[in-house]
Design a protein around this ligand. Structure first.
Ligand code: 9QG
Length: 153
């Protein structure tokens, strides 16, 4: 699977980036993010949201946040009516400061599956119906070369 398979790609976006997910998200679809972590990175985050409002802030179905300082981890959560839910923290970090990465978010009926550099990392059960998710954002300490949307066959 690569961005070459993508139906829609966004190249070298300025960070922070927010844009529509073409056609919304359906089971079997994949979002690929190719980027590089800057050498001094503290954290970055990918958000799959319901709209792009900032005030009030849109609900976030998947907040995926790799953190590099102190105890490296990946935190996932959802934002509902401007309140964060319970964090799901994985004390494992496949990203490296200064290194390129490829992250794949696979959309399933029951949740999101995330793989980094070809290895499964985590699964996050849906807390917000997929039908509400239409916006992709990436922000924080990250450089992004390409975002690709691969439809379900
Ligand atoms: O810290 O944790 C995820 O549970 C919060 C952070 C928040 C999220 C949240 O401040 O930060 O990571 O989108 C946000 O508001 C980001 C930048 C308990």
């Amino acid at each position: 699977m690569s961005v070459a398979n993508a139906k829609h790609t966004v190249l070298d976006p300025v960070i922070p980036y927010t844009g529509p997910i073409p056609g919304g998200l359906h089971p079997g679809e994949i979002i690929i993010i190719q980027g590089t972590v800057p050498p001094e990175a503290d954290r970055f985050q990918v958000d799959l949201s319901s709209g792009c409002s900032t005030k009030p802030r849109s609900d976030v179905a998947l907040h995926f946040s790799p953190r590099f300082s102190d105890s490296p981890c990946v935190v996932c959560n959802s934002l509902l009516q401007e309140e964060w839910g319970k964090e799901e923290t994985l004390h494992q970090l496949p990203y490296k400061r200064g290194a390129p990465f490829e992250t794949i978010i696979l959309v399933n009926k029951n949740g999101f599956k995330v793989a980094v550099n070809g290895t499964h990392l985590l699964e996050y059960k849906h807390r917000i119906p997929l039908t509400r998710v239409d916006t992709f954002s990436i922000s924080g300490n990250v450089r992004v070369h390409a975002i690709g949307y691969i439809p379900n066959s």
